[in-house]
Ligand binder design. Structure first.
Ligand SMILES: C[S@@+](CC[C@H](N)C(=O)[O-])C[C@H]1O[C@@H](n2cnc3c(N)ncnc32)[C@H](O)[C@@H]1O
Length: 221
């Protein structure tokens, strides 16, 4: 089901789309796609331009807890957790909750909040069997926020199928576009996106993979 958990927060960030589309962009993309220090804490042209904990995800954690009826007994996986700020917010509100975070980035996983006690490990969603060790329906909730559009279609397909298999409920937030203007903005801005899909294409893919979880589209207006 379509959700509206993140869009208002996403819209509040200011982005100069056309400034980023310059002759340097392909070099910046190469560096960004390593998802290491430059991407997180280097110059803005490589990614976040400095991503520090500032509590911005606290309202999302409240919404997730309410919507998915999370408790101290729940098990939650975040695929592409980055610096695990969302998991940290969940832990602050539900100290007994079991949290698992996976990400391709060594830099991000080394820079998670010190008090976080989650199970955090490197994982590359491009490795097709990377989730195969998790049992069916193991997690009460699997999250993947602003991550899956970085994959190409074959791995996107296998990831969605695996998320469906290992999770009782799930929520994925992905970049998308509704018109030429938003596609242009996305193409100018995105450094690491591989799957530029409209909502109709995303929903086609959800149906094909039998992904029955929740989703949200982030647009660049
Ligand atoms: C835009 S960031 C979002 C991070 C986090 N979900 C958040 O919202 O703060 C995209 C994340 O996807 C991760 N990522 C990209 N490709 C990946 C892959 N193939 N396997 C696992 N994680 C990946 C990056 O390292 C990064 O943490």
């Amino acid at each position: 089901m379509l959700k509206d958990f993140i869009s208002s927060h996403h819209k509040s960030t200011s982005r100069n789309y056309f400034e980023r589309m310059n002759p340097d962009k392909k070099e910046c993309m190469k560096i960004a796609a390593q998802f290491e220090k430059e991407y997180w804490d280097g110059d803005r042209k490589y990614g976040y331009g400095g991503y520090r904990y500032d509590g911005r995800w606290a309202p999302l954690a409240d919404r997730l807890i309410k919507e998915y009826e999370l408790t101290n007994e729940s098990k939650v996986l975040d695929l592409g957790c980055g610096k695990a700020f969302i998991l940290f917010e969940l832990q602050k509100k539900l100290p007994g909750i079991s949290l698992v975070g996976r990400d391709i980035s060594k830099h991000a996983l080394k820079d998670t909040p010190g008090e976080l006690t989650a199970d955090l490990e490197i994982l590359d969603l491009n490795q097709r069997d990377c989730l195969s060790h998790f049992q069916d329906n193991f997690f009460d909730l699997t999250l993947s926020i602003m991550t899956l559009h970085n994959l190409e279609l074959p791995e996107l397909e296998s990831s969605l199928k695996e998320i469906e298999r290992i999770s009782k409920r799930s929520f994925v937030a992905v970049e998308s576009y509704r018109n030429w203007s938003e596609l242009t903005n996305l193409q100018c801005w995105a450094l690491t996106c591989n799957s530029f899909l409209s909502p109709r294409e995303w929903e086609f893919l959800f149906e094909k993979t039998e992904y029955s979880g929740d989703f949200e589209f982030l647009f660049f207006t």
